[in-house]
Ligand binder design. Structure first.
Ligand code: NAD
Length: 491
């Protein structure tokens, strides 16, 4: 598919090969190598972080006026847009998402740089009310070297969501992309170079999380880690952070409930539930993977949902009409298959899917059919653990109090969906459901201007929104003495 040359990686602005193992990014639709590279080594990590620290202290980036940093970030956004089709095709190969989806992710990455350019340029420090002969103010400073650790499911968008605010705030950023999807972080670093981000401020260190990610997190010069990934990894990072007294933000897993009431607009609800679980092949932290439907409409709704799921187009990610591409790796598909087998062993009935699609197109890729299972209860493992694939578990409900208790009965609390025409009920359930993000009569709509994050095992802290930049800054209070006489105590 591509040359067997080894790609350089970015170590504090120096583009050279990593010193770790050589490996390939594989196209999930065929298993072919898209690009070869060498992972970073521990020596590379040290060089990247000390180089980043040096660049932070000497490049003058942090001291530039906010509108000057913003101008560079606008240029990054512009370059992403100019190279959008190349980037979208590259991401399709790296990760196997359908091309329509990778185009949207590239556009969102450009929008993220534009947004944080504006956030940086318009951010205000505050003068606080005086309570003595002091002018008091609260200002923000960049932290120094910050780390961005990202998963494989939405590259470029995930990386932009961390790199843009971190750079806007004046920091140096060390990016650790998922081992299996290293290419988009490298592309973003190249674009940042072209746009005029000072050399050394960005590093991209592909490699194993347990080795490279750990070394980055433990490094004393790393002042913050912004992590997106699984809950177990997030907890491990939180432990290290506690020892270092280092702030972290953690965007973790989910098992999000969707509730469909008897008075819902069924056409909207069916389309929304299908999109909520099966888009991105279910490899989405906010996938609506637990479905609760009012008993009175349960049979009709499930009938329509199963027909809709069976009609979804699973296939070649390069085809503009494809809705579900392959899963990221054969191993991940194995894990999804074992969850489905567990659901069946526990008494679940498969209404549609539950197998690999058949045909020549599917032979080499990690494909799995959209799957709908019923007949299980919310306490069963398949309803409690994150599957991270195209598997939806549906359950009827009778009673509203019981519904909210079941919806909230999860260690996760990332997102929730509510489908009803009754605005008072929407308000009641919207407030009662425990989740960082709630969609009412829609699902999986996201905006860079709206904060995003989870509760409980779904995470800590918020990304996005105007205040997202503050994650990458330290707050400082300043007191300016205005007293005409020396302080009285010693006088
Ligand atoms: P993962 O936790 O295995 O890996 C995420 C990143 O962490 C990768 O770069 C990995 O190499 C690195 N990593 C692994 N071990 C590490 C360690 N010991 N120290 C430091 N870094 C380490 O997750 P994944 O399988 O890549 O992604 C899927 C998970 O991500 C799912 O649980 C999903 O819900 C979650 N996710 C959450 C959000 C969100 O915003 N809440 C968004 C996307 C994905």
């Amino acid at each position: 598919m591509n040359s067997t040359d080894t790609l350089p990686i970015c170590i504090a602005g120096n583009w050279r090969q990593g010193q770790g193992d050589r490996y390939a990014s594989l196209y999930p639709a065929t298993g072919e190598a898209v690009a070869w590279l060498r992972a970073a080594s521990l020596t590379d990590v040290e060089e990247a972080i000390s180089g980043a620290d040096h660049a932070f202290r000497t490049s003058g980036w942090a001291q530039r006026k906010p509108h000057e940093r913003a101008a560079v970030l606008h240029r990054v956004a512009q370059l992403i847009r100019e190279q959008a089709e190349y980037l979208a095709q590259r991401q399709r190969l790296d990760n196997g998402k359908p091309i329509s989806e990778t185009r949207a992710l590239v556009a969102s990455a450009a929008g993220t740089f534009q947004f944080f350019a504006a956030a940086c340029e318009t951010m205000e420090d505050t003068i606080t009310p005086m309570r003595g002969d002091n002018l008091t103010m609260s200002v923000y400073e960049p932290m120094g070297v910050v780390a961005a650790i990202t998963p494989w499911n939405s590259p470029i968008a995930s990386e932009a969501q961390k790199m843009a605010p971190a750079l806007a705030a004046g920091n140096a950023v060390v990016v650790k992309p998922a081992e299996v999807t290293p290419l988009m972080a490298l592309e973003l670093a190249r674009i940042c170079d072209e746009a005029g981000v000072p050399k050394g401020l960005i590093s991209v260190l592909p490699g194993k999380g347990s080795v490279i990610g750990d070394a980055i997190t433990l490094h004393p010069l790393v002042r913050r880690v912004s992590f997106t990934g699984g809950t177990a990894t997030g907890k491990h990072i939180a432990h290290i952070a506690a020892d270092k007294m280092m702030p972290v933000s953690l965007e973790l897993g989910g098992k999000s409930p969707t509730m469909v009431f008897e008075d819902a607009d069924l056409a909207h609800a069916v389309a929304g539930v299908l999109y909520g679980i099966f888009s991105s092949s279910g490899e989405s932290c906010i996938a609506g993977s637990r479905l609760f439907v009012a008993r009175g409409i349960y049979d009709v709704f499930i009938e329509r949902l199963a027909a809709g799921a069976a009609a979804l187009r699973v296939g070649d990610p390069a085809d503009e009409r494809t809705q579900l591409g392959p899963l990221i790796t054969p191993r991940h598909r194995d894990s999804i298959e074992s969850y489905v087998a567990m659901g069946v062993a526990d008494g679940g009935r498969i209404r549609t899917g539950g197998s690999r699609p058949q045909g020549a197109l599917y032979e080499r890729g990690n494909y799995y059919s959209p799957t709908l299972i019923e007949g299980l209860s919310n306490r069963q493992r398949i309803c409690q653990e994150e599957i991270f694939g195209p598997v939806l578990v549906a359950m009827p409900f009778d009673d509203e109090q019981d519904l909210i208790e079941q919806a909230n009965d999860s260690v996760y609390a990332l997102a929730a969906g509510i489908w009803t025409r009754d605005y008072k009920k929407a308000w009641r359930f919207g407030r009662a459901v425990q989740a960082g993000n709630v969609w009412i009569n829609t699902y999986k709509q996201l905006s860079i201007s709206t904060p995003f994050g989870g509760w409980r095992d779904s995470g800590l802290g918020r990304e996005k929104g105007r205040l997202g930049i503050l994650q990458y800054m330290e707050q400082k209070s300043m007191y300016w003495g205005l007293n005409e006489q020396p302080l009285p105590w010693a006088s």
